[in-house]
Design a protein around this ligand. Sequence first.
Ligand code: SF4
Length: 401
Amino acid sequence: MSCSQEHTAARDPAAAEEISDSEFLDIELDTHYPETPESCDRLSSALGNDCGTESETVGGPLAPKTDSAEEAGTSPELASAGEGSAVLLKRKRVLAERSPLERFRLRYLCVTDVCGQAWCELQVVYGFELPHVPKREEESPEVKAGASIHLARELEVHDVVSVSAQSKEDRWALKILNMLVMLPILQAGGRVRELPVFGMLEGVFLVGVIDELHYSHKGELVLSELKTRGLRSLPGRAQERSHHFQVRLYKLLFDSMVRGLLERDAFVQSLGLRPEQPLGSGVMEHAQKLGLHVHTFGGVLELALMTLSYSELPAIDVLKIEYCHQGSSDAIGTREVSFDEAGVRVELRNCLSFWIGQREPRGVDIEEAWKCRSCSFAEHCEWRRERAENATASNQTKRFK
Ligand code: SF4
């Protein structure tokens, strides 16, 4: 393997059933992208914001948590439902005795899913419930251009190789190996891109991919998230809110990892992994090329936990979001994001309360109904329909007064 650059990131080309955490693209895994941790492209791509260009979408080797709409908690009747789907879905949710995590058979959530809730929670849910609905932005040239920009940036700092994975444990081992390759680079003051981060936050296992970490001239560790946009303007407040939440969650995950707070049992049990599972030949070979002599998934995990607990990496000091134009790659602007851990955790708990079954999902507020115009699920949306019916009823009442 010729590695002309700093390091090599691996991805599993056979993990086509896995869906990445990246928000948007749903790019097939047999491309040359490195692995990203999620199974969430599917739903993230449903989001009506411009998330479709973020790096996490670029090739996540996570296996899908579900193989079909039925497994994902979507019954065949719902999957094919047209007009009546909103009613069916609402009844289904009300009657459901299991939490959305259980219904959709999710062992973890992607950071981008949780951030998608800040845009429209119901849209995130529809991404799972109505997987057959085409996502408007998924195949758009803008989204593809955004993916190219991310890939080009990634290739500036490391090579990407394809590694064949034969099991779920192999796929997670690849994510961990990618992280293990990047930690020493970071420790030596270098720049890394597409760094997988994971951990238990507020009782739910979360997975994400940090676009970039580097040190500023003052020696601060800076997280830089790249967002590409079709328009040559900074995003509005609604999108910004979601973007800010995303980088804050990355910081929470990264900081707890480098503080040695990632626990073996939480990792294995949350994800349903078998530590004793031997690594497949492709992953084993890849690990050996990296100078690591590991034979089982548990061996890779132990190595990662030990490396993290002995690591002297600092917590992230600065959170930044860099916006650039999809068509030209021109910079649009950079925003620094504040961080208040207590506030982030409150927001996270509110988001997770839906996933653990404590409340029903919410659609957008009336002031943000403009989001519905670009939503792929607008014609199926019960929330939107109810709002329209209420508005009609209210107008009629006023007329008869
Ligand atoms: S139509 Fe509006 S409320 Fe419904 S899912 Fe889409 S954005 Fe959310």
